[in-house]
Design a protein around this ligand. Structure first.
Ligand code: IPM
Ligand code: MG
Length: 370
């Protein structure tokens, strides 16, 4: 079996704590399933700024490009809030996404039956929920030019960002959504603001065009929904959705909303994928959807499950270890079934555990299923 290289960028805040737990899982797989995953660790985010004066060095970027997958913890924190824009920790993340061309961001929101009552919504609304948000990740208002803050008359200033999408950018992410829907519930909802923005109108037309051009997609039910309505429908009746495809900004918001349906942002993993190159290789990065949570950093109470589920996604999408990925997911379910909970998903009658206890318990369940 060929060796695989994974680059770990633990980052800031709770990043290093949850990454420690992912490392336990990786070493378990290496030891017990002979996966030969080689890990290396580098700095990204605020910690890289402190050390190197930049949130991401070129050397780390090149290493990320060469690796079979990148696992990222979280970046950012109040310490770096007042830095100029180009030095902010978040730039590390945005630069990695852009330069690695990770245009497709998959954010599955699955409500584990054990956590139904941790959701702020009624149990019947969220039980067995399994939706996938496919967020466009390298375009739209996050990256559009012109951008900036400029002086105008009367000592006032003007902030500018530009929302643009091309046919190619829209169609390639819609293709990812359709192809995934074929393997799931065969339903795609495309969310846009075609009633207000030209770029939104183009989004709707190009998604529809791709659908019409491909016979293979005929078995999929495609619908278009205004993004604000989609936000509302997600809390009204989330189970009407299977795959939601949307742009960078709406995807950012809708995925946080979807995360809370599952009980906690601490449960939601993500995969960011590039197109295949001519050797059939993709670039990829896996990260929890939550942020660096500086308020709880260093306390050992963060939930490592989104990080560990992100590694499960890496096993599946980048390393072709589908069986191992399923094994890991079922170990997590078993731990939740036993009633172990980190603070964010704690309920009466359950056992409150630390970040590292949670990691150890997942390893113990892997051992049992060996
Ligand atoms: C996310 C985050 C990032 C984003 C931030 C940290 C730049 O919110 O991955 O959802 O806005 O994309
Ligand atoms: Mg976000």
């Amino acid at each position: 079996m060929a060796k695989k290289n994974i680059l770990l960028l633990a980052g800031d805040g709770i990043g290093p704590e949850i990454m420690e737990e992912a490392k336990k899982i990786i070493s378990w797989f290496n030891k017990n399933k002979k996966l030969e995953i080689e890990i290396s660790e580098e700095l990204a985010g605020g910690i890289s700024y402190d050390e190197n004066g930049t949130p991401l060095t070129d050397q780390v970027l090149y290493k990320a490009m060469d690796s079979d997958a990148v696992l990222l913890g979280a970046v950012g924190g109040p310490k770096w809030d007042n830095l100029e824009f180009s030095k902010k920790p978040e730039r590390a993340l945005l630069r990695l996404r852009k330069e690695m061309r990770l245009f497709a961001n998959l954010r599955p929101a699955i409500c584990f039956s054990e956590l139904v009552s941790a959701s702020s919504l009624k149990a019947e609304i969220v039980s067995d929920l399994d939706i996938l948000i496919v967020r466009e990740l390298t375009g739209g208002i996050y990256f559009g030019e012109p951008r900036g803050i400029e002086p105008i008359e009367n000592g006032e200033r003007k902030g500018v960002n530009t929302h643009t999408y091309t046919t190619k950018e829209i169609k390639r992410v819609a293709k990812v959504a359709f192809d995934l829907a074929l393997k799931r519930g065969k339903k795609v909802t495309s969310a846009d603001k075609s009633n207000v923005m030209e770029a939104g109108q183009l989004w709707k037309e190009e998604v529809q065009a791709l659908y019409d051009e491909n016979k293979a997609y005929k078995e999929i039910e495609l619908s278009h929904m205004l993004a604000d309505n989609c936000a509302m429908q997600l809390v009204r009746n989330p189970k009407q959705f299977d795959v939601i495809v949307t742009d960078n900004l709406f995807g950012d918001m809708l995925s946080d909303e979807a995360a809370m349906l599952t009980g906690s942002l601490g449960m939601l993993p993500s995969a960011s994928l590039s197109e295949k190159d001519k050797n059939g290789r993709i670039r990829s990065m896996y990260e929890p959807c939550h942020g660096s949570a500086p308020d709880i950093a260093g306390k050992g109470i963060a939930n490592p499950i989104a990080m560990i589920l992100s590694f499960a996604m890496a096993l599946k999408y980048s390393l072709n270890f589908d069986k191992e990925s399923e094994l890991l997911e079922s170990a997590i379910k078993l731990v939740l079934k036993d009633g172990l909970r980190t603070a964010d998903i704690m309920e009466d009658g359950k056992k409150n555990v630390s970040t590292s206890d949670m990691g150890d318990a997942i390893v113990a369940k892997l051992e049992l299923q060996k």
